[in-house]
Write a protein that binds this ligand. Structure first.
Ligand SMILES: [Fe+2]
Length: 165
């Protein structure tokens, strides 16, 4: 029987992460765009995957994007929808976004703030209206953004390291 320091089944398994998802320190939120922030929870460089909270305090189009791999979301507060679908994800909703889907994230005008947990594998490929790529994100660009922001706000660039595996 395995007996390991971190209590997991495999001696090489990475250490667990257990944090308050909603941080008390506002600086933990990393600005992503105007009135859009993310809060890193797990930045998985072994698989190329990340978990974070997305917080949006504006309405309208957030992004049009493709993800080649699956995305799981859980809405903690507020609501949002995709232009391409007729459902609305509101507080308490779970959303599975299948690989290969292209959609346009919208926050409705009557929503002052939305916060959603996302588990994203692979990448986010940002597209214009004609499906031309205009940018991308992966776990490494997220880590870079965190390092730059935490350095700037005085938490130190290595603040992000606690979330990296
Ligand atoms: Fe998506």
């Amino acid at each position: 029987m395995y007996k390991t320091l971190n209590g997991s089944a495999h001696p090489l398994a990475p250490a667990e992460i257990a944090v308050k998802a909603m941080p008390e320190d506002e600086r933990v939120w990393v600005p992503q765009a105007d009135n859009v922030w993310f809060r890193p929870l797990m930045l998985n460089t072994m698989v190329g995957q990340w978990c974070n909270l997305l917080r949006v305090r504006r309405s309208g189009v957030l992004s049009r994007h493709l993800h080649p791999n699956p995305v799981h979301g859980y809405v903690i507060a507020g609501k949002w929808y995709y232009l391409e679908h007729d459902w609305v994800a509101d507080t308490g909703s779970y959303v599975f976004e299948p690989p290969g889907e292209i959609h346009t994230l919208m926050v409705p005008e009557d929503c002052a703030e939305m916060i959603t947990f996302f588990n994203i594998t692979g990448s986010m490929v940002y597209l214009d209206a004609d499906n031309r790529q205009i940018g991308y994100e992966d776990v490494f660009t997220k880590i870079d953004m965190c390092r730059a922001h935490y350095d700037k706000v005085g938490l130190g660039a290595d603040y992000v390291d606690q979330f990296v595996r």
